[in-house]
Design a protein around this ligand. Structure first.
Ligand SMILES: [Zn+2]
Length: 260
């Protein structure tokens, strides 16, 4: 499916993909780009891994490069890029993100992941460590992050509803991530995952250590023309225009216009 630019993520897709206690069908990434000290987003949207093309991260990075090129932004202007992901990036995408950061020093990257992607795979661990080394803020999503993601990308008028064991799994994943990120510093056998995480990672739909969730999952990819998806004119963005912006109470605002 194409990159969904400036489109809301359907609620059922959010809960299906971001639930940290269930197996995921796809890799889903929600992203926002805004200038430092600005709350309005310049670019935002969401993307699934594309079985025929690249991983979601690479596609989003290309879009951001295109945005910079077309808009000729001030090269000294700093930007904040936030990625909410159903899974942490695989080692290939960590490499892509690292290369992107090296070529775009104006980017301050924040990664928020619901689940860890094959956290016992040493290549994936090294990829995450590389990002940390480059100053990326990497964190496992907790309840507040899920709330923020829902608020920002799904529906700011509805209440996020957590699921059983959300906190427990978040704590477990967070501990595993911390162990991975601190591995170099402590030089101990870290990166251990709990039985819950190990069970999820060994599930039948979760068996590709190369970093791809692309197999046999494209049929499950949401269709942009899905009848359940609200049209642009129905999205709360436009309903909220009279208020100027939404989300001011959280200090984060969405750009309310849509691309032609
Ligand atoms: Zn990847």
């Amino acid at each position: 499916m194409p990159l969904a630019l400036k489109k809301r993520l359907p609620e059922y897709e959010f809960y299906r993909e971001f639930n940290n206690t269930t197996r995921s069908f796809k890799k889903l990434l929600c992203f926002s780009l805004n200038r430092e000290n600005k709350t309005l987003w310049d670019l935002w949207g969401y993307m699934y891994n594309d079985p025929c093309q690249s991983h979601a991260e690479s596609i989003v990075l290309k879009e951001i490069e295109r945005f910079f090129k077309e808009n000729h932004p001030d090269t000294v202007q700093k930007y904040k890029l936030t990625l909410y992901m159903s899974f942490s990036p695989c080692y290939k995408c960590c490499e892509s993100l690292a290369n992107f950061l090296k070529s775009e020093e104006r980017i301050d990257l924040h990664v928020r992941a619901s689940k860890l992607y094959f956290s016992q795979n040493s290549s994936n661990q090294k990829g995450l460590q590389q990002l940390k080394h480059l100053g990326v803020s990497i964190k496992v999503m907790d309840k507040e992050d899920f709330q923020d993601c829902f608020y920002l990308f799904v529906n700011e008028l509805k209440q996020f509803e957590g699921w059983p064991d959300l906190d427990k799994m978040s704590v477990d994943y967070s501990a595993a991530l911390e162990a991975i990120l601190n591995q170099c510093e402590t030089n101990t056998d870290s990166g251990k995952v709990s039985a819950d995480i190990a069970a999820l990672e060994s599930s039948p739909l979760h068996t590709d250590p190369t970093g791809h969730f692309d197999h046999a999952e494209d049929n499950l990819a949401p269709d942009n023309n899905n009848k359940d998806r609200p049209s642009e004119s129905e999205t709360p963005h436009k309903h909220s225009i009279k208020d100027g912006c939404v989300g001011s109470s959280k200090g984060v605002k969405r750009k309310l216009s849509f691309e032609d």
